[in-house]
Write a protein that binds this ligand. Structure first.
Ligand code: SF4
Length: 355
């Protein structure tokens, strides 16, 4: 059986005689793409012999947890990667400009956002914690990575144990600064309960997209029914505790969530809070019923929000438009027969709550 979870890897390493310090060293080599012949202490003087002998084959096996299948560069220096998993499924990761990497937390997604290609798939399967880490390890064979954002395919809150385990490991063995790990969510009570409990506390991104509860239920049909006010209060509280500003994600949809009413409510929600707004013009997806606002309209909106005291960034990048655009490369390249194989209800999906 492939070692898709960190617990599988740990069991295997322990059976080969690995002590905690050996495990740390082995994970560092894998996750930081450090060649086995490099390091402060040569491995032959450090690791138990059975582990040392098994290590090259183990590294190959872990690398195959997320094998590079296709690359699609964009003009701004970002590059979309299609990674093939052990069972023939695939996920996308995006190499972002300036050392960032966006990874997927699930194959497909149960939230079903109306503006997202991945949302049309439903949930196909969860990724194990080792499959999350393998995306970083594979990306680092291509380029240095010093920031990892969980904004690709899937809702991290629906695969919470695996995502938190991966965050902890990346922050301890993976060489990623804690504030450079970004947990992105549509908002979930369990996230706010658990995010601050671990030794590694990531930054938080909240996919808000609208201040109107009814519209949010339409745009994000299977997100927990939590009001924008409640979500912002919880997320800002976490931001205050960590000292990392909250990133509010807003996919701009022409005539849907780009009006004056949204500006007024956003100002009320965000002014004076430790938060910044990322405006992401919708990346047109064939078959989805939304339009991208004109660039001038997006710039005007950003300028008005800025003038009202909201730190606003307008992102015009195919590479960084990872939410609106995620799933497109997979949809083009993943054989259709695989797309729904193994589809099953999401065991991690929260029940709807009202706030
Ligand atoms: S935008 Fe994110 S949460 Fe919404 S369907 Fe797509 S992957 Fe899921």
């Amino acid at each position: 059986m492939p070692m898709t979870h960190l617990a599988d890897i740990d069991r295997h390493l322990a059976a080969l005689g690995a002590l905690p310090e050996h495990r740390r060293r082995v994970l560092r080599h894998w996750l930081q793409a450090i060649p086995l012949d490099r390091g402060r202490k040569a491995l032959e003087h450090y690791l138990p012999k059975p582990l040392r002998q098994a290590l090259p084959a183990l590294m190959t096996e872990w690398q195959h947890l997320a094998t590079l299948h296709a690359r699609e560069p964009s003009e701004d220096g970002a590059e979309r990667l299609l990674l093939r998993l052990h069972d023939g499924q695939s996920v996308e990761a995006v190499l972002l400009p300036r050392g960032g990497l966006c990874i997927s937390s699930q194959v497909g997604c149960a939230v079903g956002c109306g503006f997202c290609m991945t949302g049309t798939l439903g949930l196909i399967r969860q990724l194990g914690s080792a499959e999350l880490l393998a995306q970083v390890a594979t990306a680092r064979t291509l380029r240095a990575v010093d920031k990892v954002v969980f904004m690709g395919m899937g809702e991290p809150a629906h695969n919470l144990d695996a995502v938190l385990e991966a965050i902890e490991t990346l922050g301890v063995e993976g060489g990623i600064g804690h504030k450079n790990l970004v947990f992105s969510t549509v908002g979930d009570e369990r996230v706010f309960e658990r995010l601050g409990q671990g030794a590694v506390k990531p930054a938080l991104a909240l996919s808000l997209h609208t201040t109107q509860p009814a519209l949010r239920e339409t745009l994000l049909p299977r997100a927990p029914r939590l009001s924008p006010e409640w979500l912002m209060a919880q997320a800002c509280d976490y931001a205050r505790r960590t000292g990392y500003p909250l990133q509010v994600q807003w996919t701009l949809l022409e005539g849907v969530n780009d009006g004056d009413d949204e500006v007024e409510r956003l100002v009320r929600l965000m002014r004076g809070q430790p938060a910044m707004l990322n405006l992401i013009p919708f990346n047109t997806v064939p078959g989805l019923p939304f339009r991208r606002p004109s660039w001038d309209a997006c710039r005007d909106l950003a300028r008005r929000l800025h003038a009202r005291g909201i730190l606003t960034k307008l992102r015009d990048s195919a590479g960084q438009d990872v939410e609106g655009g995620c799933g497109q490369l997979r949809a083009r390249l993943q054989p259709v027969r695989l797309q729904r194989r193994g589809a099953e209800p999401d065991p991690g999906r929260p029940s709807a709550t009202s706030a």
